[in-house]
Ligand binder design. Structure first.
Ligand SMILES: O=P(O)(O)OC[C@H]1O[C@H](OP(=O)(O)OP(=O)(O)O)[C@H](O)[C@@H]1O
Ligand SMILES: O=C(O)c1cc(=O)[nH]c(=O)[nH]1
Length: 175
């Protein structure tokens, strides 16, 4: 699927909303990409998984940032035949109390998958959690870069970020 086809799929899933929305790490926005609309849509899920799978190697381990990127990591895991872990936002205070769920070996190369990047805070927190759990993290793949400074924050954390779609792409030529 081309970049334009993915943009069309996100729009067809009604994932691009206009109005006034509060954002996760402060501030408001006149638009919002409802990730749960595209992550529960099989056409979008398949397109994203294929695009991510083309960008990972056979020996990469994947990580999905909870909650939104977990279905993306699961679908990409199947498409790429690569295992994945889940980076939680918070530990549970029972059971294993892990911040990173799944099998992770010390020093293992992990490619982090994220749905939306605004400030990059959620992605950077996940990168730190993965590193604390022993992973080596140099790369992140994201669906939408809202181009609000997130990329710079992720790069400051020493991680190269590749986005399938930017906000400029997504909002261009809108009806
Ligand atoms: O780049 P940032 O400023 O961190 O914002 C983007 C984050 O916000 C959204 O998650 P949300 O906080 O809504 O959490 P959820 O995945 O648990 O629903 C989105 O999925 C990113 O993880
Ligand atoms: O920054 C956010 O919280 C955010 C922006 C957006 O477009 N979509 C989303 O799910 N979260």
């Amino acid at each position: 699927m081309t970049n334009q086809a993915l943009i069309d799929a996100l729009r067809d899933a009604d994932a691009v909303r206009f109005g006034e929305f509060e954002l996760s790490h402060g501030g408001t926005s006149e638009y919002y990409v409802d990730k749960y609309l595209f992550e529960t849509d099989p056409t979008c899920l398949e397109a994203i998984a294929e695009a991510f799978a083309e960008r990972v190697g056979p020996d990469d381990k994947l990580a999905g940032v909870a909650l939104g990127a977990v279905p993306l990591a699961a679908a990409t895991s199947v498409a790429a035949d690569a295992p994945y872990v889940i980076a939680r936002k918070q530990r549970k205070d029972y059971g294993t109390a892990n911040l990173v769920e799944g099998r992770l070996e010390d020093g293992e190369e992990v490619v982090v998958l994220e749905d939306i990047v605004t400030t990059g805070t959620s992605l950077v927190d996940a990168i730190e959690a993965l590193r604390e759990a022993g992973a080596t993290v140099d790369r992140a793949l994201v669906v939408v870069d809202r181009e609000e400074g997130g990329r710079e924050n992720v790069e400051d954390a020493g991680v190269e970020m590749e986005a399938l779609v930017t906000a400029s792409d997504l909002l261009a030529d809108r009806d």
